[in-house]
Design a protein around this ligand. Structure first.
Ligand code: XIL
Length: 322
């Protein structure tokens, strides 16, 4: 009798403790996704005041790109990166470092250096990022390996015997610099193209067999998403899921006038969200006038929710929005 009462009290205390912890971490009722999968968005130079009403994961839009941080050699500007990181941390949202090695938005000065200096600089950059953002939940280690190879790739292994030695080297460095983060690869043009997905899987398997990769990023921008068929999406997702790795939709957006965008979200978002291998979705912007591609916004510049967002809230069953 005494024993069972004690058990009830202990469970009550544990339950109360976990509720208080999640409130303190800001994880209770943030964003419109309420289950185990996150629905995140990007942060540019400042945090929109309604961010946490809708989203519960953070990727900096440009703030953690090498060219942004180290535009001038050996002079690091972490301002934008810190804004996004501190916001994510104080709200208990997973943060993704985007990105370490990429052929776009690399610093202008890197391509002119000697091979030895290039390698030393990339190594320093990866280590500096890891020292500062070692608590990042995720890191996009290599971005767009199929489309935008870095100018300095020969300095870090080149193609080599695997065909992707520079990618493997990058993940080895990232594993050391970010031992507590999930390491991801990220690419566009995958969701709409089974051949590209097969090529992507070849790189992924090289990394997987070496224990270097924890998840697969697929960007899913409007230039692929607007017209892709649901059957192509399903076939690509099953090709990626067959690796056994989790999939993260990393940069989703879709255009259209109100009704077209709504129809696209209704038809395609559930295909991504309900796939059991997909563990989280990040949208690439949401406020009119502040999105990378125009027409992809979900909130107008005057603050009105577009039909696709209203539907998304209803579909996900969250309490966010007003
Ligand atoms: C974009 C940003 O949204 C723009 O502000 C910037 O001018 C160019 O880059 N793939 C990526 C993202 O991985 O980092 C890109 O972001 C969009 C395509």
């Amino acid at each position: 009798m005494f024993r069972s009462k004690l058990m009830i009290w202990c469970s009550a205390i544990v339950l109360l403790g976990s509720v208080l912890t999640s409130v303190a971490a800001g994880t209770a009722h943030a964003g419109i996704a309420t289950g185990s999968k996150f629905l995140g968005n990007i942060i540019a130079s400042s945090v929109p005041s309604n961010f946490a009403t809708y989203w519960n994961q953070v990727t900096p839009e440009n703030g953690t790109k090498w060219g942004t941080v180290e535009g001038t050699r050996n002079s690091m500007n972490w301002t934008q990166a810190d804004t996004a990181y501190n916001y994510a941390r104080s709200n208990g949202f997973p943060f993704k470092f985007h990105t370490l090695v990429w052929g776009s938005q690399e610093p202008g000065w890197i391509s002119g250096l000697s091979s030895a200096d290039q390698k030393a600089e990339v190594t320093q950059w990866i280590q500096a990022a890891g020292q500062r953002y070692g608590n990042a939940a995720f890191v996009d280690v290599v971005n767009e390996p199929l489309h935008a190879k870095p100018s300095y790739r020969n300095a870090i292994g080149g193609d080599g015997s695997t065909g992707w030695d520079w990618v493997i080297w990058s993940f080895q460095q990232a594993r050391q610099a970010f031992p507590n983060s999930k390491l991801l690869i990220n690419e566009y043009g995958i969701i709409s193209d089974p051949n590209a997905a097969a090529n992507y899987v070849q790189i992924i398997n090289l990394l997987k067999s070496r224990g270097l990769i924890d998840g697969i990023g697929i960007q899913c921008h409007q230039f692929n998403m607007d017209t892709v068929s649901v059957s192509t999406m399903r076939s690509v997702l099953s090709t990626l899921a067959a690796t056994g790795l989790p999939i993260y939709v990393s940069e989703l957006d879709m255009t259209g006038d109100d009704s077209t965008q709504l129809a696209r979200y209704q038809e395609k978002f559930p295909v991504l969200w309900e796939n059991s291998a997909v563990k989280g979705v990040t949208l690439w912007g949401y406020i009119e006038g502040q999105t990378w591609k125009s027409g992809t916004h979900l909130i107008t510049s005057s603050g009105a929710e577009r039909p696709a967002l209203k539907w998304l809230k209803q579909y996900l069953g969250g309490s966010g929005g007003g």
